[in-house]
Design a protein. Structure first.
Length: 118
């Protein structure tokens, strides 16, 4: 099983980034996919979740209206478009996969750093 995040980097406040999470080794379409983030000295927090392609999504209040989560089941890949980035969005972003048939089966990526700074 592999989950590989990419797309992080340094961006100025108000800028945009698009994160990707490429996966392999499991049946992607059967998994609930999420983005989490962890800032220095803080606990890991849930940012956004997508149940299935074109299906239900949920967002943390802090990112609603700015971030958009999506997935392409044909490519086994999840994305997150992040617009109007703020310094408080600075964190390591992780993708997470949870089996819809067995919530105890979880997989994590290694994370990608997002830094929002002028």
């Amino acid at each position: 099983v592999q989950l590989v995040e990419s797309g992080g980097g340094l961006v100025q406040p108000g800028g945009s980034l698009r994160l990707s999470c490429a996966t392999s080794g499991f049946t992607f379409s059967m998994y609930i996919m999420s983005w989490f983030r962890q800032a220095p000295g803080k606990e890991r927090e849930l940012v956004a979740t997508i149940i299935s392609a074109g299906g239900s999504t949920n967002y943390a209040d802090s990112v609603k209206g700015r971030f958009t989560i999506s997935r392409d089941n044909a490519k086994n890949t999840m994305y997150m478009q992040m617009n109007n980035l703020k310094p408080e969005d600075t964190a390591v972003y992780y993708c997470n996969a949870k089996d819809r048939r067995n919530f105890g089966r979880l997989y994590w990526g290694q994370g990608t750093q997002v830094t929002v700074s002028s």
